[in-house]
Design a protein around this ligand. Structure first.
Ligand SMILES: [Zn+2]
Length: 299
């Protein structure tokens, strides 16, 4: 694993300083950031945030051209936090709001998001889970007359210099272990040489319809680090430089699964967990900088 190419000189110096400071801890920690830090103001930086929403997913992309993409909004009780998080960063409009699938740990917080921001369009997985939360969401989208799409594999859209490609779903899957998870909307977001594979809660059955998975710099491990989300083959296909695990501390499901932790470690891929707090990745399309507190995952 060579991180040198991803970090600038300042980051390297800071990295060394922090390593000395936190001797005994592993992995790297660079640049603690101020919550009010501006993003994308130089028209070259893409800022990505993995938001700590407890047990769930929510990821914000602030694009170089000033547009905002939000993938999921965490569970219902995190809606307020996601709204404040975006407002604190000056967001007024979400250009693309993605509901990866109908489970409440992904779309529970979305009602508040829809109520508080102008929304350019919503992308949805195309699978009707039938839950109250999903039905309510569709109602609000319809009432507000928000453009709504259910894109499938092969569809891609350009947001300035950033490409958003639909990796899955391909076809509607039925009678899987979890049909909601196995019809997830999976996206690859690419800016220059840096890419994010956002796998939502895709499980084995959906994955089998799209393998081999594309290479990506950053892999959001599927299904909160569940055993059915990530295996060695996934890691070898994607070849990520970084893995993101999104889950709540001491969640009742036992995420992340110990087998996933083991293979991530075995493949030597640095890992960032939202359970240890929100973190930011900034990139100019060639280098990337990660901001978070130091966490020791070896203990
Ligand atoms: Zn989930």
């Amino acid at each position: 694993m060579n991180f040198k190419k991803h970090f600038g000189t300042n980051s390297k110096i800071l990295l060394i300083a922090l390593f000395i400071l936190f001797t005994g801890t592993t992995y790297f920690a660079v640049n603690f950031w101020s919550p009010k830090a501006s993003q994308g103001t130089d028209n070259k930086t893409l800022s990505f945030y993995a938001i700590d929403v407890g047990q769930g997913d929510s990821f914000a992309f602030f694009l170089p051209d000033g547009k905002t993409i939000l993938i999921d909004a965490g569970p219902e009780d995190a809606g307020k936090k996601v709204v404040s998080f975006l407002k604190d960063r000056g967001v007024k409009k979400i250009d693309l709001l993605v509901a990866t699938h109908g489970h409440s740990d992904h779309i529970g917080g979305m009602h508040k998001v829809l109520r508080n921001f102008e929304i350019g369009k919503v992308w949805d997985s195309g699978f009707n889970h039938g839950s109250r939360i999903q039905r309510d969401l569709y109602k609000i989208i319809k009432k507000k007359d928000i453009p709504f799409g259910r894109p499938k594999r092969g569809y891609a859209e350009q947001f300035g210099d950033v490409n958003v490609e639909v990796i899955a779903p391909t076809i509607l899957l039925r009678n899987t272990r979890s049909d909601a998870n196995n019809n997830c909307l999976v996206l690859k977001i690419t800016y220059g040489e840096i890419s994010f594979l956002m796998t939502a809660d895709m499980e084995r059955e959906e994955r089998a319809t799209v393998q081999p998975l594309p290479h990506a710099t950053i892999l959001k491990a599927s299904h909160h680090g569940s055993y059915n989300g990530t295996d060695t083959r996934v890691l070898r296909e994607v070849q990520p430089s970084i893995i993101i695990l999104s889950y709540g501390k001491n969640n009742s499901y036992g995420y992340p699964h110990k087998s996933v932790i083991k293979i991530i470690k075995k493949e030597g891929i640095p890992r960032y967990d939202t359970a240890d707090g929100t973190f930011k990745i900034e990139t100019d399309g060639s280098e990337m900088k990660i901001s978070r507190n130091s966490v020791n995952y070896d203990k």
